[in-house]
Design a protein around this ligand. Structure first.
Ligand code: GDP
Length: 178
């Protein structure tokens, strides 16, 4: 089955988003779960596709060896998976895209990995502030990309973005069938 993977810096709201998309509050393990960081979890959705929960990256407190091991696990999946159709990269809607995220995105671009950005936690501020922040982020990315992939705005607390993300996945699934 085709795979749609989700990744982001630790604490970006990935587990909450996955649980929202799957209507299951306990599916993805939250940040506080011991040992969650090195796991890649596959969740079968509607017997049609797999939602792949990749480990968070950018842990400030992790040792170099730990970071290297994590990076190897992540890169092995992203660059070698034959099933991954799209990678959703989660970015906090309140912040500028930092160096860690930018380097990661550039790496994806250079390796031709299809991705879409999901801006998380949009309930934390008003829509105008979110839109202004996203515009700043798009301006930064436009320095590296001529054309940007579609992005999504989400809030796990309010359910925002669920429909548009799932619609996007379904559109891709349909296009794979034809
Ligand atoms: P992960 O480490 O990326 O899996 O992040 P989690 O899903 O565990 O979330 C990290 C923290 O952010 C938790 O305290 C969540 O309650 C909070 N959080 C996650 N998503 C949202 C959201 O959409 N809105 C708000 N206000 N808080 C969120």
């Amino acid at each position: 089955m085709p795979e749609f993977a989700f990744i982001g810096r630790s604490n970006v709201g990935k587990s909450s988003l996955i649980n929202m998309l799957c209507d299951n509050s306990k599916l993805a393990m939250t940040s506080s779960t011991p040992g969650k960081t090195r796991l890649i979890n596959h969740f079968a959705i509607n017997k049609e596709w797999y939602l792949v929960d990749l480990p968070g990256y950018g842990f400030a407190k992790m040792s170099k060896a730990g970071k290297d091991q994590l990076t190897a696990v992540i890169k092995d999946y992203i660059f070698n998976s034959e099933e991954m159709v799209l990678l959703f990269v989660l970015i906090d809607s309140r912040h500028d895209i930092g160096k860690i995220d930018l380097d990661f995105l550039i790496d994806l671009g250079e390796n031709g990995i299809p991705f879409s950005i999901i801006y998380t936690k949009s309930d934390k501020q008003g829509p105008n502030v979110t839109n202004a922040q996203i515009e700043r982020n798009c301006a930064l990315l436009k320095e590296y990309w001529e054309e940007l992939p579609p992005y999504f705005v989400s809030s796990a607390q309010k359910g925002t973005g669920k429909e548009s993300i799932l619609n996007h996945i379904n559109t891709i699934l349909e296009s794979l069938k034809s």
